[in-house]
Every structure is written in C-alpha cells, then in structure tokens.
Design a protein around this ligand. Sequence first.
Ligand code: EPU
Length: 423
Amino acid sequence: MDKIVIEGGVPLRGGATVSGAKNAALPVVASALLAEGEHVVRNVPELADVRTMDRLLSAMGCEVARGSGADRHVLSIRVPRSVKPEAPYEMVKTMRASVVVLGPLVARWGRARVSLPGGCAIGARPIDQHLKGLSALGADLSLEHGYVEARALRGRLRGATFVFDGVTVTGTENVMMAAVLAEGTTVLGNCAREPEVVDLAEALVAMGARIRGAGTQEITIEGVERLRPLSHAVIADRIEAGTLLVAGAFPGNDVAVQGCVPAHLEALVEKLRLVGARVEPIPGGLRVVGDGRPRPVDVRTAPFPGFATDMQAQMMALLTLADGSSVLTETVFENRYMHVLELKRLGADITVDGRAAVVKGVPALSGAPVMASDLRASAALVLAGLAASGTTEVHRVYHLDRGYERLEEKLAPLGARLRRTRA
Ligand code: EPU
C-alpha cells in the first residue's frame, strides 16, 4: 500500500492542468452499453474507478482498450450485439458508481442483474430513487440474494413522468439513460443539475438521443428505438480543479489552474474570495493567490449549483488556518467528517455536532502521520500536510488514486515537496 510523504511549509507557485472528470467519465463510459458498435471516449482520466468500470464492461463481454502515450486518455469500447447484463458484487462493492450500468442494461436488453451496493464510509447512500425511477418506466424489480433483478415488461421500458424525492446525481443519470431507449416520452422532475449530468446528456444526444432540459430540474426525454455509437470528450474535473484552487488559497501560495470551466466552480470561487484569496480568470482557467491568513467563512454543502460536498473536506483543511471560527454544514451525506480526526492530528481545532463542524482557526499546523478514509478526505489531508510544518505521511492513498490522476505529479511542479513511497 502506498503512502505520500510530504515536507510541508513550502509555498506553492505555478500552474497545473486539470484532467477529465471521473464522475462524468463513469456514466459516459456506461452509456456505451446503449448502442452496439465501436465507441470512443476521450479525456478519460487514468484512475482506479475508471479501471473498475472498464473491467465491469469487459466482464459483460465488451472489449475496452485504452490508448497509450499521447492517446492514454482515449478509451475505445466495442459493445457486441448481446452482453451478460450483470454487475457482480465484487465490482459494485469496490465502486458504488457501478450501479449506473443498471439503466442502460435494462433499457437495451430488457433485463439486468446488478448487485445492491452495501454501506459506504460517507453515508448510507441508498439507491431507492434509481429503483423508483426505473420502476416508473415499467421495470419490474426484485431483490434476490443481494442483487437487484430488473426486467422490462414486454422487453422495452416505456416513458413516464417521475419526480425524484431528493436530488441524486447518479440516480438522475441512471434513469435518464434508461429513458433514452424507452417507448414514448419521459419527464423527470427534481433532477440533479450537476455539470456531469449535462455532459452525459450531451454524449447521449450525440448518440441520437432526444433530451431537453439537462442542467435544469426538469429533463424531458423522447425515447428512440436505437442509438449510434458514442464519440465524446469528457468535461474537465471540477473537483480536481477545485482542490487545486483551494491549494492556491493557502497563505503564500499562487496557483494557476488550467483547463477548468469557471462556470462549474462559482460557489467555490465565491467562498475563496470571502476567505480573502485573490481569484482571477486567466486564459483557459483560473488563478488563485492566497493573500495572508484566511478569513473564516461559513459553508453549507448543497447539490449543484451549491457548494459541492466533494469540496467540503478540502475547504475545511483551508479553514483550519483561518483567523477565527467557521461553521461547515454537510447537508448531502450524513457521515462525511471522517477527515476531522485526522486534521486534528495535524493540530486543527474542529468540533463536530451532527451535520455541523465548527472549525476554530489555528495559526499553524504541524506535520504528523494521518490516515485517509475516503477520496476527498485524502485530498484534504494532502492540502493540510502541504501547509503544515515538518513531515506529514498520508496513509491509504489508494483512496486518493480512485479520483485524482497522480495528484502528487501535479503538485510537485508547483514546488510541493512530496513523494509516494510504499508504506
Ligand atoms: N440518495 C438517496 N436515494 C438514492 C440516491 C441518493 O437517498 O436513491 C441520497 C444519498 O444517500 C445522499 C444524497 O441522496 O445523501 C445525494 O446522493 P447522490 O445520489 O447525488 O450521490 P451519488 O450519485 O451516489 C455522486 C458522486 C459523488 C458525489 C455525489 C454528490 C459520482 C460517481 N459520484 O454520488 O462523488 O459526492 O454525487 O454530489 O458521480 C466523489 O467523487 O468523491 C463522490 C463521492
């Protein structure tokens, strides 16, 4: 198991380029199942989670190949006429997002068998809304031996009106993918408005799907009989970009983030400005300059366009050094404060009360060994370690590798002193 060893306290200065978005790539790759033939997806980050999705499609009978050298972000997927429409427990347990194959499978082959994801470090994360949406489209669902068995009555789903009880990103994606091949029109209400949903809709439209309203609360889909293969470039990763922007906001830092989409980062940029950082547009991205000690700021996570839950841990790392107290409120996941105890090991002063965390700023952090508990928590620990004096060792970096493409190689050119070693 790898760890990252950080010599902190060195100012970060320079530029970094953002990779493709994990959370857009996963559903886009799964959407290839909707059409037979040769698909090409570009700007696909090289990440453990994407490899899990590749393996899942391969296990079903698809051929998935990643290019090499300059083409290493290009994924070619050959989807045969028929596949084994199943997502086994071994894969779903390593990546919950595997569940996004459910919609495409039942839409195209009229049946699917997908393992029910179990618990998760950041919250219960049920998939009841995915299932309710598919059921509204006419899927007959049953739970057998830990698997969701889905069948489309008469082999094809049919359009329907469905309103999600709560906003769900992969739930919206799953049901939208199911509806594109359904008979008739589907209207989905209370949809997630995340840029990843919009990216998936654009990929589907390029395949011949008829979708309106992605990016708003109501998405209308007119089902078609068949789609053509996918050719799509995935959007830039707004969470990786956001993580680098927060890195720039630490005192003494100056980071230019290239290749990001500022419109996807507005809620974060607003908070970084309130913290006192200078954020300015540059060609192809944003630059952040950390002007002295951060000012405290309250942050409440919410679905897009609100402040992303996936940025909560990194923002908390920054606020540990603020000149006063901040209150962070996590409204999306019920247990997303696993990083708090680890940040405290670095000298942070944080108290959690239910969904709220009070972060009392301290003048400095001091390096220590810490343990990553989930993907974004590990990024927060890296940021805090870079700002802390002395040595920080971040253990269990496999969490980081699930969603950041060699983060240490993006930070090192900024002057960060960090290296990956075997723990
Ligand atoms: N929820 C339900 N029922 C459902 C679905 C969701 O109650 O059927 C609840 C969840 O338990 C949670 C809330 O709704 O409390 C929102 O969950 P959502 O379904 O939106 O999350 P997700 O689709 O499972 C995606 C990202 C997450 C990101 C969340 C929120 C992917 C592959 N994952 O998860 O990304 O945190 O949306 O924005 O898109 C990460 O990248 O580190 C990550 C965890």
